[in-house]
Each structure stands twice: as structure tokens, then as C-alpha cells.
Design a binder for this molecule. Structure first.
Ligand code: NAP
Length: 314
């Protein structure tokens, strides 16, 4: 089968298409999935560049990619609830017990798999697992966001931010978000009540006394965010570890999130998509053969929403 693999860490030039990669075998608790589409996430180029090598060292050749949507080709032992031919989506990352989703077939752990939303194609479904579950885990599990609370979402036009805005609105919250000026109409359409051009307006001059901040940007954006929270508020960051000095100074809670994609969260997201509460925006698709270019586009091209590899036609 065809797979986008690396034999060493590096830039997009290290991504090679192997036409003769062995089809993965399924172990207990796994499914073999024919991959129709694979979502591209920042973590994929971070893995390629070796940023995660201490936490999850790779064995080369390594197939890249985590998020996928596809059709069950084979069911391993101890996998209730799925059968051959089911449309599924989830994660098949080599860092999560899978074989990598940038390939024609992938083995995936049943615990990171769910039935795909019925009202989307594979391309949209493949865009959802990591971003959607990140937003769900932050807003529902960590923040417990409720009606009429105010949340500031940083990076509202990105993969996670664009889902977080819609989820926050669905939960009944008031949403402000930071984006580039060109993306203001896009995030307003997603439901943001206020959009702040992060390159020209300091957000802390505009929003105050917020219940929550969801930070998908990190760095100085994280540090400045403490100023917009009310006492007892909460900040969840996708990139930063909690700063106890700032928590103490502003009397707020801070959480550094490590997203755990699981079947339960994927099924909840699928329900929200089926209810039209969440829509996935795919900015651009690439064929599997251009996996390296797709990663560069995500890294440098400032896409609005998601980038997806289209591997097999629906
Ligand atoms: N901890 C975890 O488990 C976990 C899980 C998933 C993702 N992540 C991390 O979370 C981050 C976001 O992921 P993603 O998939 O949403 O990435 P993405 O699709 O690349 O989106 C990032 C967004 O941030 C915006 N941005 C950049 N600098 C900004 C600033 N100073 N203020 C406001 N917005 C800014 C970008 O807008 P412009 O292009 O206009 O600058 C872009 O829209 C990544 O670093 C990813 O690795 C962590």
C-alpha cells in the first residue's frame, strides 16, 4: 500500500511516499481501516521535525498522521460495536498505538475510534478528531462552560479555535476571539460575538472580567491572558504549563491540556455535527502524494480551518 513516511527527522523534504509499505496487521483491540481522508495537524509536522522525540521516539520508517476517516476493513479480537464496512473516524497515530493515518490503510485502537458523523463526508470527518476533542475537553471537561459565561478563544480561525467558537456558542456562552484581520468575517460567521485583530489591538485593552480563556497560541499571549480573567476564572492552554505565580497573582485557575482523543468524546462530537451545532471548514485538500506540501501549507500558509489529505474518493 501507499504511505507517507519519514526515515529521519527534518523538514517537509524528509516526507517520502512509499508505494510498497506493508499493510498494517491488527492486534487485539484494534481495527484495520481503509483510510478515505486524513486530517493534518500541527502535531504531525512537530513529530516530523523531532520535537516529540523524547516523549515518543519513532522507529523508522514511520508513517505520519493521526486523524482519519474511513471504512472498517477488518476487526481485531475484542472489539465490540464495530463490523467490516462501518464508517468510522478517530486517531491512528503511531504515538497512540496506531500505524499512522497518512496511508491507504491504518490500524487504529478501538478506544480512539467512533462511528463517523452520518451527515458529513470523510474529508470533513477526518478534520475533526484532534481539534474537536481538544475543544470539547477544554470547554466541557476542564472549564465546564455554561450559559451566559464569557470566554476568550485565542486563535479563533485555526483548527481548534474554529470548533471552540461554535461549541462555546452551542453551550450558550458569550464568545470573544483573537484572529488576523482577514479572518474577522469568518469567525463572526462561526458565531463569535466579538473578534479582535491580534496584530493591531491588544486584547487585554478590550475584554475584562471574563470567566474563561482558551489559549491555542501560547507564549506572551498566554501570559497577557491572565489580565482578562475575573477572580476565580480559568485559563486552559494547549501549549503552556500552568504558571503558579500568575495563578496566585490573579487568583485564577490554570490548566495545561494534553488532549486525549477517546471514543466517548468522538461520539459526542459526531452528535453535535449531526445536530448542525458544529460545522467543519476545510480550507484545502491535498492528495496523499503531497503530504509533505500539506504539512508545509499548514505550518506556513495561515489556513482558515483545516487541511486534509484526500486519499480515496467517497
Ligand atoms: N496539548 C495538546 O494536546 C495539543 C493538542 C492539539 C493541538 N495542540 C497545539 O495547539 C495549537 C493550535 O492547534 P490548531 O490545530 O488550532 O493550529 P492551527 O490550525 O495552525 O491554528 C493556529 C491559529 O492560531 C492563530 N494565531 C497565531 N498567532 C496568534 C496570536 N498571537 N493571536 C491569536 N491567534 C494567533 C493562527 O492565525 P494566523 O495564521 O492568522 O496567524 C491560526 O489561525 C498548536 O500549536 C498545536 O500543536 C496541542
Amino acid at each position: 500500500m501507499k504511505a507517507a513516511q519519514i526515515n529521519n527527522y527534518g523538514g517537509s523534504e524528509v516526507v517520502k511516499i512509499n508505494e510498497n509499505a506493508p499493510k498494517p496487521t491488527v492486534s487485539q483491540g484494534q481495527l484495520l481501516v481503509e483510510v478515505y481522508a486524513a486530517g493534518v495537524n500541527p502535531v504531525d509536522w512537530k513529530i516530523r521535525e523531532g520535537y516529540m522525540r523524547q516523549m515518543a521516539p519513532l522507529k523508522f520508517p514511520a508513517t505520519l498522521g493521526g486523524d482519519y476517516s474511513g471504512v472498517v476493513a477488518e476487526v481485531g479480537e475484542g472489539v465490540p460495536g464495530f463490523k467490516k464496512g462501518d464508517e468510522v473516524y478517530g486517531q491512528a497515530s503511531i504515538t497512540r498505538g496506531g500505524s499512522g493515518s497518512f496511508a491507504e490503510f491504518a490500524s487504529a485502537d478501538v478506544n480512539t475510534t467512533a462511528h463517523k458523523p452520518k451527515n458529513t463526508g470523510h474529508v470533513e470527518a477526518a478534520a475533526l478528531p484532534l481539534t474537536g476533542v481538544s475543544a470539547w475537553q477544554a470547554l466541557v471537561n476542564h472549564i465546564g462552560l455554561s450559559r451566559d459565561e464569557k470566554i476568550l478563544v485565542h486563535g479563533g480561525a485555526g483548527g481548534i479555535g474554529s470548533i471552540a467558537i461554535q461549541l462555546a456558542r452551542y453551550l450558550g456562552a458569550y464568545v470573544a476571539t483573537t484572529v488576523s484581520a482577514k479572518d474577522i468575517p469568518y469567525v463572526k460567521e462561526l458565531g463569535a460575538d466579538e473578534a479582535i485583530d491580534y496584530k493591531n489591538q491588544p486584547f487585554e485593552d478590550i475584554v475584562h472580567d471574563y470567566d474563561a480563556v482558551y489559549d491555542t497560541v501560547g507564549g506572551e499571549t498566554y501570559v497577557r491572558s491572565f489580565k482578562v480573567l475575573k477572580k476565580g476564572g480559568i485559563i486552559v492552554s494547549m501549549l503552556e504549563q500552568p504558571r503558579s505565580d500568575l495563578m496566585e497573582q490573579y487568583k485564577v485557575n490554570a490548566i495545561g491540556q494534553f488532549t486525549q482523543v477517546n471514543s466517548e468524546r468522538l461520539s459526542k462530537l459526531a452528535e453535535l455535527v449531526e445536530k448542525h451545532a458544529i460545522k467543519v471548514h476545510v480550507e484545502r485538500t491535498f492528495p496523499l502524494e503531497q503530504a509533505g506540501e500539506a504539512l508545509s501549507f499548514l505550518q506556513k500558509g495561515h489556513p482558515r480551518g483545516k487541511v486534509v489529505l484526500r486519499i480515496k474518493e467517497d
